[in-house]
Design a protein around this ligand. Sequence first.
Ligand code: TXA
Ligand code: MG
Length: 344
Amino acid sequence: MITEVLRYNEENESALRKASQIIRDGGLVGIPTETVYGLGASAFDARACLEIFKAKGRPADNPLIVHISKPSEAEQIAHTSSLYYKLAERFMPGPLTIIMPKRDIIPSEVTAGLDSVAVRCPVHRVARRIIELSGVPIAAPSANKSGRPSPTTAQHVFNDMNGEIPLIIDAGACEVGVESTVIKITENEIILLRPGAITVEMLSEICENVSVSSAVTEELKAGEVALSPGMKYKHYAPSASLYLVADDIDFISLVRERALSENCAIMCYDEEINDLCSITLLPIGKRDDIEEQTRRLFDALRRADEIGASTIYAHLPSKNGKSLALYNRMIRASAHKIIGGKNG
Ligand code: TXA
Ligand code: MG
């Protein structure tokens, strides 16, 4: 199959019409969202959704997120609650995914046999417009090969999916850069399963009872069941070994020394570039600019592989506020390899 990449054009919706036609016909399309690019198919089409698992090489027990173009469309696919509407009013459209009991119209292939469904209304205008034109909710995981860092550009999607899907819509780099916040809700309780741009602090303004699944920051213990199946897989992983350096270690001295004997790449802050000349650097933004670091994370991990680095060194992010998403993705990409901190 030839994979076509069409650039989104504000004045001409023909690319989006083509994408919607493919989705209505049971095909797969690479779709931009504000978080990461998704691999979309009709959420009502079980066969098309099975093709998503095939194209990604995704384990069959890892459910897909269903994307809608406005919050009220959740009624059709899930048993909503007043808490859903409170959250929707504040954070939708936006980078938040809400897990609720599913309705029968959603095939069990989408939810990997679970009786719940994950619902998300993206804020990206291209994503929303493709859903509208398709006339169906769109099931879409991130458009990477399973286990690879999520794609934040159309080129990343092409690198992973060339030959597997007919079309990718290119709308530039994703604004957020990590996947949506995933929460499971009941009438009066929120459990955070995956951190993202909508933070614990923001959710706590809507609901008093917010807890964070231990899988967000800790390794699953042997035999422990993940609330979100995706949490149990090694994820976002580059081929190189990623080491995270806690802030009680002198980062500059450590990486200078390691670079003498290792084929390494360094994910550093912009302020450190001058101190690390002649080492392979993957700068991810200014020290205090968590949003920029988040936006650039997956591209940096992909670049480390392209360069052929054997090891990568990066700063261990904090677990506070917006940085929790960065922490979560980085500890998983590194398989919890931390230098210093409580481990050192
Ligand atoms: O930002 C995003 O959420 C992107 C864009 C494309 O929208 N999508 C995305 O999908 O990250 P994916 O499939 O890569 O991650 C979905 C996560 C997985 O960890 C999955 O296990 C979890 O959501 N999930 C989906 N449905 C679930 C359910 N019913 N119960 C528990 N976890 C669920
Ligand atoms: Mg994913």
